[in-house]
Design a protein around this ligand. Structure first.
Ligand code: ZN
Ligand code: ZN
Length: 182
């Protein structure tokens, strides 16, 4: 049997305990709704921002989506696969519950980029939109650059910084993980 760690350049994480392999961007962060409840933020304003944040679509507009419920978290992934799939130096992702995402127009085409990993993109304009890992079947990641209000979904950490480009200089003080967070 092929060892998945070896088969994919060691880019998989082995979770202690259950022996499963993971190759995702990040895991469990601060809940946006919980954060909104803390502090003295104006609730109505926060809700309006959240609603605006949780809609998005591709460049050509054929795919539109909505997300119900609070995001699980956000990350900026520097892995080679995200770089190639996007053509960008790194990619911002937001994890949500699988059933929280609904396409209201169009549908993604799926590319299986590695074992158990599905990347969804617009078949018309090529915009990368989603990421799913079989190891986290209940979740799906949305490329935050496709949100209507991406400024409201900043990354909470950087993952796979072991593959970060040398010329990317970041001084945001966020946690950095050489591989995935788990
Ligand atoms: Zn499109
Ligand atoms: Zn990645």
């Amino acid at each position: 049997m092929i060892d998945p760690v070896e088969a994919h350049g060691g880019r998989y994480e082995r979770q202690q305990g259950d022996g499963a392999f993971y190759s995702r961007h990040a895991r469990i962060f601060v809940c946006c709704k919980a954060r909104a409840r803390d502090g003295a933020r104006n609730d109505a304003e926060a809700r309006a921002k959240e609603v605006a944040m949780l809609k998005g679509g591709c460049l050509c507009g054929k795919i539109r989506y909505e997300i119900k419920g609070a995001p699980i978290g956000t990350t900026a992934c520097h892995c080679v696969d995200c770089r190639r799939a996007s053509g960008a130096p790194f990619v911002g992702w937001m994890s949500v519950a699988r059933d929280a995402l609904r396409f209201v127009a169009g549908a993604t085409r799926i590319y299986v980029s590695s074992v158990g990993v599905e990347r969804g993109f617009c078949p018309e304009c090529g915009t990368p939109l989603t990421y799913r890992s079989a190891a986290f079947a209940d979740e799906i990641d949305i490329a935050t650059g496709t949100l209507d209000e991406p400024g409201n979904a900043p990354p909470q950490e950087h993952t796979w910084t072991s593959q970060q480009l040398d010329w990317v200089r970041l001084a945001d003080g966020l946690p950095r993980y050489p591989r995935s967070r788990i």
